[in-house]
Design a protein around this ligand. Structure first.
Ligand SMILES: [Zn+2]
Ligand SMILES: [Zn+2]
Length: 242
């Protein structure tokens, strides 16, 4: 079974890579997401004028809302077929989860970033569809500062997702992994995502990618000790080698 899954994954990887446009550049993809995201955050923060602590409260509240959106979109659009979420479902369950399995979480080439990062247009869709209309409402009912803090926090939450998810797929032993390993709790967060990549868990547990707040609140947090997980993986690998 495990062997079949591995063979199917390898076949999928070959096929997926063949479909990536020759003009695609992983570095351009990543750097443009970061440049657009950081550009918006810096622009929004530069607009602030004599803020109050009440206005700054918008920041953590927005991060919490983004955390729920991450959970919601991942659980109910990424892992469930819906009319409007079809494209996301096929990119996520279809592509991302066929490309990476719990024992094969590392990307192998910069071109593989195509299947890790969101497409660039999504940050613009997020900005136009969510940040601007809600920000406008906040500026009308609260203040201009609140609107800009909301925009900065919303995009920060978006980048937080991208950076964390990307970091979980960095090859083990890579120099960049060492940087993340310094962050307290990061290895545990990565392990939660590794567990989410188990085929029988992906539609059931660990839908948060950043902080597992809503997995905890909604009872979908799944944990298996790393040693136990590794033991189980070794047994599976042995079984499939026979
Ligand atoms: Zn993943
Ligand atoms: Zn998933």
């Amino acid at each position: 079974m495990a062997m079949m899954t591995l063979a199917a994954m390898t076949r999928f990887r070959d096929q997926y890579r063949e479909g990536i446009a020759t003009s695609y550049s992983g570095w351009t993809h990543m750097l443009s997401v970061l440049a657009v995201g950081l550009g918006i955050i810096i622009y929004a923060l530069a607009q602030l004028q004599s803020t109050s602590w009440m206005e700054w409260l918008v920041f953590p509240l927005t991060i919490l809302v983004v955390n729920f959106s991450e959970y919601y979109a991942h659980r109910w659009l990424g892992h469930r077929k819906t009319k409007y979420g079809k494209l996301f479902y096929s990119r996520h369950t279809g592509d991302h989860h066929s490309f990476f399995l719990e024992h094969s979480m590392d990307y192998e080439a910069v071109r593989d970033w195509r299947v890790v990062l969101f497409p660039l247009y999504l940050i613009f869709a997020f900005l136009l569809g969510l940040i601007l209309p809600t920000g406008y409402l906040l500026s009308e009912i609260f203040s201009m500062n609140a609107a800009y803090i909301y925009a900065a926090a919303g995009i920060s939450g978006y980048l937080f997702y991208e950076v964390m998810h990307f970091s979980y797929h960095i090859p083990r032993g890579h120099g960049a992994e060492k940087i993340f390993l310094v962050i307290p709790g990061w290895a545990a967060l990565r392990h939660l995502h590794v567990l989410h990549h188990k085929r029988d868990k992906m539609a059931e547990a660990n839908f948060n990618i950043t902080l597992p707040i809503f997995d905890f609140l909604l009872g979908t947090l799944f944990w298996q000790a790393i040693v136990e997980f590794e033991k189980e993986q070794a047994v599976n690998a042995e079984g499939s080698a026979k």
